[in-house]
Design a protein around this ligand. Structure first.
Ligand code: GN1
Ligand code: MG
Length: 391
């Protein structure tokens, strides 16, 4: 929703002396929150409206963000690294609150990190290696974060089988109300139904504790990874709204879904949708480099990713892509109530859904190559023999 300048200024008053502002504008990125840039002669800030239809507890989201950011920054200091660019610096209101409420809407503010850049699409594979490092490093940093400290901001966010059940309920309801609509997307629905049996692979492993329920970012798309504009080195992951307990494979997969696709998420020409295997290699290398186990001074080996987690990485890529395709399709059928769409693209969510399902098919067709690439990275970084994926 486009906000007027006067309205944004009203929000900005909660934080700033607005007389010194030289520019204030709405940015277009993100499907969920509204984002604004506030410019002063010396620095810039990001103001964000938290979508409370999606995030029912904006205070909970902010509490998570503060805890996670503090943990990451403290660990940077411990490791003798600069914490300046390891995360977003939150800004509190004039009354020292993390959340400002204006006209029943919730806002937060952060410093704009000068010199940092987030891409929508990349051409340089070396930068995607850095993206892999950023995601791997996030998990390295949070490995010792006690996951019970944060509440899940959206329950069952990446519970793919539960999402499937809700999706099918909606399909059956709409089949009665608007059969033509359902008929028009039957190929996409069938594609998802055919994969029903495999959608629970990761949640089952979390449930039976084969893999760890660890704090994940849960939205590791390319535009949420900040790189240094000049050097290309990774800085941090941004947008911690959905950070909560989950499976590391979904973070691995979500990053590849967005960054290793040969097309943007909403490209309508599906012949352009494919997987850039060189990018998969670069990302896997960066990711597994950061998560490589370390020996301490007593010679004890500490792992940051388990062999069972490594075995789910390919499935994470496949499942998260199907899941998002299903979510976009669900929102299209429901009447675009969740994801923002462009004003001139009434079918935007359907276009996104088709794109993601086409990508999921490419992931399946490239299964062997993707697993080979992961194995090569494991060998390159001296992971123990039992990490190698055999099937
Ligand atoms: C949404 O907030 P944003 O636009 O980065 C969505 C993600 C999707 C993503 C797809 C809370 O992320 O789950 O993967 O769009 N976030 C939420 O681009 O649903
Ligand atoms: Mg987000």
């Amino acid at each position: 929703m486009k906000k007027s300048k006067e309205y944004i200024l009203k929000v900005a008053k909660e934080y700033f002396n607005v007389d010194s502002i030289v520019d204030i504008r709405q940015l277009t990125s993100g499907h969920i929150n509204n984002t604004f840039m506030v410019t002063f002669p010396e620095c810039r800030y990001i103001l964000q409206q938290i979508n409370h239809n999606v995030f029912k507890s904006p205070f909970g989201v902010m509490n998570n963000m503060v805890l996670l950011t503090n943990h990451i920054m403290r660990k940077c200091v411990y490791d003798g690294k600069s914490r300046n660019r390891a995360g977003l610096n939150l800004v509190s209101t004039r009354y020292d609150q993390w959340v400002a409420i204006v006209d029943n809407e919730y806002y937060r503010c952060m410093e704009y990190i000068e010199g940092g850049v987030c891409y929508e699409q990349l051409t340089d594979p070396q930068l995607f290696f850095e993206v892999g490092r950023a995601v791997g490093n996030f998990h390295y940093m949070l490995y010792d974060f006690h996951s019970r400290l944060i509440d899940d901001p959206i329950v069952d966010f990446h519970n793919t089988p539960k999402r499937y059940i809700n999706f099918m309920k909606l399909v059956e309801q709409k089949r009665k109300e608007d059969p033509e609509l359902i008929e028009s997307v039957k190929d996409e629905i069938n594609f998802i139904v055919e994969r029903k049996g495999a959608l629970d692979e990761i949640v089952n492993k979390l449930e039976d504790k084969t893999i760890k329920r660890r704090v994940c970012h849960n939205d590791t798309k390319l535009s949420n990874v900040m790189l240094d504009e000049k050097t290309g080195h990774y800085m941090c992951l941004i947008d911690l709204d959905t950070a909560m307990k989950g499976a590391i494979a979904y973070d691995f997969g979500d990053a590849l879904r967005g960054g290793a696709s040969t097309a943007l998420e909403d490209e309508v020409d599906l012949s352009k949708v494919g997987i850039n295997l060189d990018f998969v290699r670069k990302f896997s290398n960066g990711f597994l480099l950061e998560l490589k186990g370390k020996k301490d001074t007593t010679g004890t080996y500490h792992e940051y990713i388990s062999k069972e987690e490594v075995k789910t990485l390919y499935s994470g890529f496949r499942l998260i892509t199907i899941e998002l395709g299903m979510r976009f399709l669900e929102d299209y059928i429901a009447g675009n109530i969740y994801f923002k769409i462009n004003d001139d693209r009434p079918q935007h969510n359907l276009e996104r859904a088709k794109n993601q399902l086409a990508l999921a098919l490419c992931v399946e067709q490239n299964k062997e190559s993707i697993i080979d690439i992961i194995n090569e990275a494991l060998i390159e970084y001296d992971y123990p023999e039992e990490y190698i994926i055999k099937d």
